[in-house]
Design a protein around this ligand. Structure first.
Ligand SMILES: [Zn+2]
Length: 92
């Protein structure tokens, strides 16, 4: 018997539309809109869900463009690198 495996083995490469980036109003976390988490809606009640910040769960956010997102990521990376350097110095 031939199953659907052959069909499944060659998934079509779905070209994703340009990702939408969001910035949280509460914690300033930047992330892709598809990374936002679904949580039950308090406004519309049971059965409804809303997208929320994956970091703090806030629904308040605004959309930013890719350059802004990358700038925020770079800033965060620089901060993290600084922290590592500092903790290394502290350990010595
Ligand atoms: Zn947040």
């Amino acid at each position: 018997m031939i199953g659907p495996a052959g069909f499944m083995a060659a998934p079509k490469l779905v070209s994703e539309p340009e990702p939408v980036y969001c910035k949280c109003c509460r914690c300033r976390h930047t992330h892709m809109r598809r990374d936002r988490i679904r949580q039950p809606s308090r406004r519309f009640g049971a059965g409804w869900s809303e997208l929320a910040c994956p970091s703090c769960g806030s629904r308040l956010h605004f959309e930013i463009d890719r350059a802004e997102h990358e700038a925020a990521e770079a800033k965060r990376a620089r901060k993290a690198a600084k922290r590592v350097a500092q903790s290394k110095r502290g350990a010595e």
